[in-house]
Design a protein around this ligand. Structure first.
Ligand code: SF4
Length: 401
């Protein structure tokens, strides 16, 4: 498995204070020790590391996502410097290319800065909840004011200047799929991804959405799948169809894929998937830094290694589950408990069974018997998985976190 992308924390602070944010509001405090911005010296070192990583692994393309915190807190001059450094460092290796994008909360986007970022070759993705009400509740400034109007304005600017736009939305089951889908259609985005809530067995007790999540996903899927008009490409649904049809390997929340993305913090530390911060304070901290270590050394870190292999390194119940090849344990964060570490099926196991069965049954109806897909009975699968819990065999290598 080769690392193919970096989520780069150019800024470690944010002008918003979103309720579900895994960096500031899920118990991890490691951001407090991070410098506010990634220095120019570290940016240069990072680009050198990426080039040597690409050469050693015979990679011609690599992805860097500018991320935070809020990456737009850093002035545009920094991104101009970064892209110029990239051109300088990669000048003798024209066959090697980095694709740049930025994931922003959208509030600081203007005609001018979107034009400059686009001219620099940086694609822009906006984080936005799927309804106005959910944004008003969750995506707020530090004074609790909603950021909805500014996000929408930023999204429209991106769409107008680049001719395309995409959003990343944390699923909020408090608002109906109808309302969410209507709102998404109104925004006219071309791309969307749904993020599973970063809940663990420890945190789910505070706001238990088990059961509701599966129903929400099924209803949302139906609205999207049966929509005959122009509709956004929703990665969560598209990838699930591909996995069920054997035409894709999925991504973080399901499927048989390796985690090939690492995080580089604003002090240069190399870490693993930062959603895992929701599990325990400090869990993602490593002793690796781009000043001294190669990117691939993340494989030597126990959590980094688990993240890379999480869809293959499964707890007993998942390894015996009839949906093992599709769900593959679900999203790693959702497997965590302070009691068993990651040696649990997903806290949303039943929701995943319901959703996967629903998508498969929809495809069976559509394709008849053409691809040999069998209808699924989610109740039977849930009963089967429940019985497996009685014969659970602990896996110590998944528990020591
Ligand atoms: S047991 Fe649950 S979490 Fe594990 S693979 Fe099956 S459906 Fe997914």
């Amino acid at each position: 498995m080769i690392i193919k992308s970096i989520v780069l924390k150019t800024a470690s602070r944010c002008n918003l204070n979103c309720s579900y944010c895994y960096i500031y509001n899920k118990g991890d405090l490691s951001y407090q020790k991070q410098p506010k911005f990634l220095s120019k010296k570290l940016a240069t070192k990072l680009l050198e590391r990426v080039l040597s990583h690409m050469i050693s692994n015979d990679l011609n393309t690599f992805v860097i996502v500018f991320h935070g915190g809020e990456p737009m807190l850093y002035g545009l001059q920094y991104y101009e410097f970064f892209i110029n450094e990239y051109k300088r460092i990669f000048a003798h290796n024209p066959e090697k290319r980095i694709e740049f994008s930025m994931q922003t909360n959208g509030t600081l986007l203007t005609e001018e800065n979107v034009t400059i970022l686009t001219d620099l070759g940086i694609k822009i993705g906006v984080s936005m909840d799927s309804t106005k009400e959910s944004n008003d509740n969750n995506r707020v400034y530090h004074n609790h004011r909603s950021s909805y109007d500014e996000i929408l304005s930023g999204l429209k600017i991106v769409s107008r200047i680049t001719g395309s736009s995409g959003i990343l939305s944390v699923i909020d089951v408090a608002y109906s799929p109808e309302k969410s889908y209507d709102h998404i259609k109104q925004t006219q985005v071309q791309f969307m991804d749904l993020l599973l809530p970063d809940e663990t067995y420890d945190s789910i007790k505070e706001y238990d959405i088990r059961g509701k999540l599966g129903e929400w996903l099924c209803e949302m899927f139906d609205l999207w799948f049966h929509d005959k008009e122009t509709k956004p490409n929703i990665r969560f649904f598209h990838a699930m169809i591909q996995v069920i049809l054997g035409m894709g390997v999925g991504f973080d929340p399901f499927g048989k894929n390796y985690g090939d993305t690492i995080v580089v913090e604003s002090n240069g530390d190399i870490q693993t998937n930062d959603g895992l911060r929701s599990c325990k304070n400090g869990i993602t901290i490593t002793n690796l830094n781009i000043l001294f270590n190669e990117l691939a050394e993340i494989k030597d870190n126990p959590l980094g290694n688990l993240y890379i292999n999480n869809h293959f390194s499964l707890p007993y119940i998942c390894s015996k589950c009839p949906l093992e090849s599709v769900c593959s344990g679900g999203y790693l964060v959702n497997r965590y408990s302070s009691k068993n570490g990651f040696d649990n099926e997903s806290v949303f196991c039943k929701d995943m069974i319901k959703f996967i069965s629903h998508v498969q049954n929809t495809l069976v109806k559509l394709l008849n018997d053409d691809l040999g897909l069998e209808p699924m009975d989610s109740k039977e699968i849930i009963e089967y998985v429940d019985k497996l819990k009685n014969e659970r065999i602990p896996k110590p290598e998944l528990m020591s976190f």
